[in-house]
Ligand binder design. Structure first.
Ligand code: G3I
Length: 318
């Protein structure tokens, strides 16, 4: 076997990508690569609340269902992303429209509706996304302001109630290594476990940049969460660079991708490694980071870059 998927199958690792549903519909080469290279998929946007419930009580599951159908046809698992976030909430979810008690009921309804809709079809749910700041304090959000930090335990309990078999994950960025943010997660997981809250996984997004490097204690960090009984996963890996690309940046990028893959393969319970898009043709990076890009293993023409070969060579050793 030579593609990422075949090598990952052999190594008993789940390798995934975020999927852009417009590209999946319109771009044959993109669609073929999603099926060929990956055994897991994540919806880049279409399972987010703004997409699934544009008006209160009016659901639109069509795009998300198309991804679930694609995954089933191609024997892929689905990572559900994401139930509770400060971003991409529906326009109708506001503090002006609802009291705190109503917001709690609205959030509960959303989680139960969405997890129930996909019951039995989702492998992991990212239950809460990006709940801490980099300094380890709670991130301000409509949920924190109105419900307090207890919304996290509630969200996990509601999700578990709606689908008792699905694995429930925390998910964040800049939490690869041991730092203030990952320390905050470590303390939170201990508390949640002590309270009997069903939390099963620690998701590390893995949005790296060549100019910042790879945290050297990533494996140490994964291991401490695994010792608490959690699975770990890399959920959104990409390695951006200041443009233009040059050979050193391209090499550093390949090393960034493989460093995280090695950490996953060296850890005891790292169950998946997902790219946040696999081709520069559709990457979110240039739209958000001025002057940066080239963040994925395939270029705009869907030709593999050195990062692709590096991932393949690492998987081949596993
Ligand atoms: O849906 C509208 C569409 O109606 C409109 O025509 C179009 C015009 O710009 O915008 C569309 O919304 C865009 C949305 O993606 C859906 O395509 C937003 O502008 C755009 O900002 C949004 O970006 C997404 C971003 O999350 C939003 O925060 C990216 O595609 C997506 O890759 C990114 O993913 C996040 C993860 O969920 C969490 N971790 C970080 C990661 C990268 O930011």
């Amino acid at each position: 076997p030579t593609g990422l998927r075949a090598l990952a199958d052999r190594a008993d690792l789940r390798i995934g990508t975020a999927v852009d549903m417009a590209a999946l519909a319109d771009d044959d080469a993109y669609r073929a690569a999603v099926a060929r290279e990956f055994n897991t998929v994540t919806a880049e946007n279409v399972m987010k609340w703004e997409a699934t419930e544009p008006q209160q009580g009016v659901h639109d599951w069509a795009a998300a269902d198309r991804l679930v159908d694609f995954a089933r046809a191609n024997r892929q698992k689905v990572r559900g992303h994401t139930l509770v976030w400060h971003n991409q909430n529906p326009a109708w979810v506001t503090e002006e429209a609802f009291t705190p008690a109503q917001l709690r009921a609205v959030l509960r309804r959303h989680i139960i509706d969405e997890v129930t809709h996909f019951r039995g079809k989702i492998w992991h749910w990212d239950v809460v996304n990006e709940i801490f700041n980099d300094d380890g304090t709670w991130r301000d959000s409509i949920w924190l302001r109105n419900l307090g930090p207890g919304y996290v335990a509630d969200a996990f309990r509601w999700a578990h109630q709606a689908d008792p078999k699905v694995k429930l994950f925390l998910n964040d960025y800049n939490n690869e290594g041991v730092n203030a943010k990952s320390d905050a997660y470590y303390e939170l997981v201990k508390q949640l476990k002590a309270q009997g809250v069903p939390v099963h996984g620690y998701g590390v997004q893995g949005h790296l940049a060549v100019q910042y490097g790879v945290p050297a204690d990533t494996l140490t960090n994964l291991r401490r969460f695994e010792k608490l009984g959690l699975q770990t996963a890399f959920t959104e890996v990409d390695v951006r660079m200041p443009l233009p690309a040059d050979p050193i940046k391209i090499q550093a990028q390949a090393q960034g991708f493989t460093a995280l893959l090695q950490a996953c393969l060296l850890a005891d319970r790292c169950v998946s490694y997902t790219l946040w898009g696999f081709t520069d043709r559709y990457s979110w990076v240039p739209g958000v980071f001025d002057g940066e890009g080239s963040a994925t293993p395939y270029d705009e023409n869907l030709s593999p870059k050195p990062a692709y070969a590096a991932l393949r060579d690492t998987l081949a050793l596993a």
